[in-house]
Design a protein around this ligand. Structure first.
Ligand SMILES: Nc1ncnc2c1ncn2[C@@H]1O[C@H](COP(=O)(O)OP(=O)(O)OP(=O)(O)O)[C@@H](O)[C@H]1O
Ligand SMILES: [Mg+2]
Length: 536
């Protein structure tokens, strides 16, 4: 609890990235505020550096990258829960100058040099705890009280080992995890904030969460139906991120330096560290300017690097990466059985999604339809903001009692199975009217009303459409287009002996296991018929 009784300690949202972390808190007015750290920055580098007899975390640690690269640890959160022999660990070894070894009981450890060249070992969890402690201090200073805990964003397919080590690091740092929220669900929540419950209930759309961060491209297609998010599919490319672009720039400038001074900096840890930090700055500047400087004082042998790069040249260098990003997006949409024009929104998350050319490349994938590319919320803050919205709900419960809090900790976006076909009815003119769309999370139920005919009978024939039946957002005359011959009759339901024009209710349910259940019920005469349609 906080210092004062009437102001309970808040729950805050935390996104713990492998490059940058952000905290946010829900204000009294209901908006999510990103917490500024002691340097006034919204993002804190996920970096921990070990000096001779000092330790640095966050911004100060990042400044050590060029000076003390071998003892400046980056991307450690990506190693949480991984065994020492994981291929990701090998990738880190090849990319970074620090030492990663197998410690006691085969646990992965960083070896850092301290005062007097003493080697010390720290697990990724211990390093993460140091960063989290710094983040907690910043947040406490910002909100002016203790914190009850965090709602933490995690990748949609986080492993149990990752979750366990993250939970433990947070607890040790004094930031107990009250709820995990998957990163795509957090992004969606950030954009849902401010919508009324009635608006949310009406939502029926497929959203692509495009998260291009520092070390990975994480994609998720999420069905958002009636306010519930269901992940239809995810993909992750762990070799594609902002670091990939930094390395392309490093190669370019190292070659330029070599041509000019005949000095090869390959393997020079200090020079590479300095160049890496400057290349990241150059890259970021190019997202807002047409040209950017790249200047490193005393890069090697006392000689400076002083150069510039224009955006067009940068985009040419990165064109293969942009192409791979675009093909990953298309592959995932296909994998979940949708077409690009059935994606209503693309939410941009992750710092690397700010690159203008990448945004236009992405927009061109969806140019044929009415897909909206959402970038109103700063891409590298969107996850923390979404987590803060969820944390706000926990605040309400936390001030009540523990049981209510526990009941609030339900799953956010479930990775549920979903229907693979559209089911609907055909009218007298032969037009198909979808009732339950494909990619609807299971279980789900749709109810439609119709009337008995003048002779007191009601008849409904249910048809199964193909996967590419029009999505709800396109529901207009196009929905009636496909010919009846393309539809497969799956069930017929009939009621007789009803009053003329009596109201009849048709219920179509997708149930666990993929079966469909359909029911026809006369509202006045209390007669009904149901049938179960087995999985084809
Ligand atoms: N304006 C910008 N233009 C281009 N790249 C940027 C910009 N701002 C940040 N980046 C890059 O975005 C990356 C960091 O993004 P983000 O903070 O989303 O990563 P992360 O969540 O820590 O990484 P990951 O999700 O891979 O763990 C870095 O590579 C950074 O250089
Ligand atoms: Mg991230």
């Amino acid at each position: 609890m906080s210092a004062s009784e009437d102001k309970p300690a808040p729950v805050v949202g935390l996104s713990l990235g492998s490059h940058y972390s952000a905290l946010a808190v829900l204000t009294q007015e209901g908006s999510a505020d990103v917490i500024a750290n002691e340097d006034g920055d919204h993002l804190t580098p996920s970096v921990v550096a070990f000096g001779q007899d000092e330790e640095f975390s966050g911004t100060q640690a990042k400044a050590q990258e060029g000076r003390n690269a071998a003892n400046t640890l980056v991307e450690f959160t990506a190693l949480l829960g991984l065994p020492a022999d994981s291929p990701t660990v090998d990738l880190h070894r090849s990319r970074h100058p620090f030492t990663l070894t197998s410690g006691t009981e085969g646990r992965l450890v960083y070896q850092v040099s301290r005062a007097g060249d003493v080697k010390e070992s720290f697990t990724p969890e211990q390093v993460t705890t140091k960063l989290l402690t710094r983040l907690r201090e910043s947040a406490q200073a910002y909100v002016g009280s203790d914190l009850a805990g965090v709602c933490l964003t995690v990748p949609a397919d986080a492993s149990p080992a990752f979750l366990a080590e993250t939970t433990s690091a947070c607890a040790t740092a004094g930031l107990p995890v009250l709820q995990f929220i998957s990163e795509p669900a957090a992004a969606i929540l950030a954009y849902q904030a401010g919508k009324s419950p009635a608006e949310l209930r009406k939502t029926d759309e497929n959203v692509l969460v495009f998260d291009f961060g520092g070390s990975s491209l994480k994609l998720a297609v999420v069905a958002v139906r009636g306010g519930t998010s269901t992940i239809l599919g995810t993909s992750q490319d762990p070799e594609l991120g902002g670091t990939t672009l930094d390395e392309l720039l490093m190669k370019h400038f190292a070659n330029e330096f070599k041509r000019k001074h005949n000095i090869d900096i390959t393997g020079n840890v200090k020079a590479e560290g300095k160049l890496r930090a400057e290349c990241e700055r150059t890259k970021k500047t190019l997202s807002s300017s047409n040209s950017a400087p790249c200047t490193v004082e005393s890069l090697a042998q006392g000689l400076d690097l002083s150069s510039t790069l224009n955006r067009m040249r940068f985009d040419i260098m990165c064109s293969k990466v942009y192409g791979k990003v675009a093909s990953d997006v298309e592959a995932l949409i296909q994998k979940v059985g949708l077409r690009n024009d059935q994606i209503s929104e693309v939410i941009l998350a992750g710092g690397s999604s700010r690159i203008p050319k990448l945004q236009s490349r992405l927009a061109s994938l969806f140019s044929g339809g009415s897909t909206r590319i959402r970038s109103e919320i700063t891409a590298d803050e969107v996850l923390a903001r979404g987590a803060a919205v969820q944390a706000g709900l926990l605040n309400d419960y936390a001030s009540e009692d523990a049981d209510l809090l526990a009941s609030a900790l339900k799953d956010d976006a479930r990775r549920a199975s979903h229907t693979s076909k559209t089911v609907g009815v055909v009218d007298a003119q032969g037009a198909f009217h979808p009732i339950l769309y494909h990619s609807t999370p299971i279980p789900s139920r749709r109810i439609v009303h119709t009337k008995a005919s003048a002779d007191g009978s009601a008849y409904v024939a249910l048809y199964e459409g193909e996967k590419d039946a029009p999505a709800p957002e396109e529901e207009d005359e196009k929905a009636a287009k496909p010919a009846l011959a393309e539809r497969k009759l799956i069930a017929e339901l009939a009621l007789t002996g009803l009053k003329a024009d009596e109201e009849v209710e048709l219920t179509v349910q997708a149930i666990e296991g993929g079966e469909l259940r359909a029911g026809l019920r006369a509202l006045d005469s209390a007669t009904s018929e149901t049938c179960v349609i087995p999985v084809a």
